[in-house]
Design a binder for this molecule. Structure first.
Ligand SMILES: [Zn+2]
Length: 478
């Protein structure tokens, strides 16, 4: 019945939108525990940014509600069902090297440059203006529309966890906090620690030892489970081999494999270093894992009993096993892609614990319970126990769901481009909604400047995204 020109309606409000976005970005909303208080659990800056967003919504006639400063919302429309648009007002610290001040929000070459411009304050304000447009046009709606603002998306998501303890879960919704066209599926994410204590090691039945070349005293690699480690270090005590022989053998191994590292003999011990290539755990096959590469070398030596078991276990199940093949948990989903396994942290103490910190990302067709049971069986063979440190279940909205098909249609109408839907190995804010997808704001082909210096959003993209969000809100809520 209506033929609203959404882009034109957005253009009419361009000056007002740009002024609001810039003012919003000028509030430094970085997590600041030092100024945290009741009603501002993440500090004053984030509190002020939240207040600013709510003020713009209240001025537009929406009903606002603050939930203890953890999150807040602004609502309009009427009906049983609720359409949610989830964004966040916090930003990561600015870092160094900016070519214009990170909280000046200057417009340079058609781009607004500021921390938070694309992640996520620019898009949050685009969503507010989109809602404003729908409201100001007085179009009849059969559902309620709720803009929800989170405040610690960049750290622990306490905001949405707290918010949804007391507040209504939207019937469906989207988050403008990732990429266009649309992300409908996200893998399950787990951080696991696999630990073999000295006692558990000692309790095993073991074959008698051969005379070892060396004893593995300690090994460490990596700091974070979600990164491929680029540094690893092992300390050995030479036994049947001399320190020099060990060092020489390692140097030869480095030459043969083209890997980089070094060997030092010092005070009767041998120190081996390995350098790898660090990449994100989403696709560990793109990196070089310094830890497992070093252990692959050690697995070729005759080490002391425990060191040998540790090196061989690593070599067999974790070395270049980016998809969990040898463990027996590999699974490739047609839609969501393969299960991936990253050994991000390795710690070994001859007299203490041996620990792997592992990040496994899995598609919904390989259930957690299934692969966990297989993994535990393999671990038991070497007296390792498993602890689940973090687990986010896979998130997926049916591609035929009206949320997906409506947003696809809107995107195509506004851009003239086909709206291919995307499955990812990471996590977007969209998974905090029961039926939620990520929808923009980054257009295909645009460089992603989130979390980097000179973070920016192009003014024309901001306008286009606002028009898309306005039509999306209307089509979902009409
Ligand atoms: Zn974000």
């Amino acid at each position: 019945m209506t033929s609203v020109n959404w882009l034109e309606e957005t253009e009419k409000r361009k000056d007002e939108l740009l002024a609001a976005v810039r003012e919003f970005l000028q509030i430094k909303s970085v997590l600041d525990p030092a100024t945290a208080r009741d009603g501002a659990p993440f500090g004053e800056g984030i509190r002020r940014a939240l207040d600013y967003a709510l003020k713009v919504c209240a001025d537009a006639g929406m009903t606002v509600k603050d939930v203890g400063g953890y999150a807040a919302h602004a609502e309009f429309g009427e009906g049983e069902e609720l359409i949610g648009i989830l964004s966040h007002v916090d930003v990561v610290p600015e870092g160094d090297g900016w070519s214009s001040p990170p909280y000046a929000a200057e417009i340079v070459d058609g781009k607004i440059v500021a921390r938070g411009a694309i992640d996520d304050k620019g898009p949050a304000m685009a969503a507010i203006f989109a809602a404003k447009i729908v409201k100001e046009l007085g179009l009849p709606l059969s559902k309620r529309v709720r803009l929800i603002f989170g405040t610690d998306e960049e750290s622990n998501w306490q905001c949405v966890k707290t918010y949804f303890q007391t507040e209504e879960m939207p019937t469906m919704g989207f988050t403008p906090d990732a990429d266009f066209p649309l992300i409908y599926a996200e893998k399950g994410l787990t951080d696991l620690t696999l630990t073999q204590t000295a006692d558990a090691y000692a309790a095993q039945q073991r074959p008698p030892a051969a005379r070892p070349d060396a004893k593995l005293l300690a090994l460490s690699a990596g700091l974070r489970m979600n990164m491929v480690p680029d540094k690893a270090e092992a300390t050995l005590e030479p036994l049947a081999m001399t320190g020099e022989e060990l060092a020489e053998r390692y140097r030869a191994y480095l030459r043969d494999t083209g890997l980089s590292g070094e060997a030092d003999v010092r005070g009767g011990q041998v120190l081996l270093r390995m350098e790898g290539v660090s990449v994100h755990a989403m696709d560990p096959s793109k990196g070089v894992n310094a830890g497992t590469e070093l252990l692959h070398f050690l697995a070729g030596l005759t080490l002391d009993e425990r060191g040998r078991q540790f090196a061989r276990f690593t070599d067999r199940y974790l070395h270049r096993q980016h998809y969990g093949e040898a463990i027996g948990i590999a699974h490739d989903d047609e839609e969501m892609g393969p299960l991936t396994l990253n050994t991000g942290v390795i710690r070994y103490e001859a007299d203490g614990d041996a620990v792997f910190g592992v990040n496994i990302r899995y598609p919904h067709s390989q259930p957690f319970e299934r692969w966990r049971a297989i993994l535990e069986e393999r671990l038991a063979e070497a007296a390792f126990s498993l602890e689940v440190v973090e687990h986010l279940k896979p998130h997926r909205v049916d591609p035929q769901h009206p949320l997906v098909t409506t947003l696809q249609r809107v995107y195509t109408e506004q851009t003239g481009q086909e709206a291919e839907i995307i499955a990812i190995g990471g996590a977007t804010y969209g998974r905090s909604l029961e039926v939620g997808v990520a929808f923009g704001p980054l257009f295909p082909g645009r460089p992603d400047s989130a979390h980097q210096r000179d973070e920016h959003i192009r003014v024309d993209d901001l306008i286009k995204a606002t028009a898309i969000y306005a039509q999306a809100i209307y089509e979902l809520a009409k």
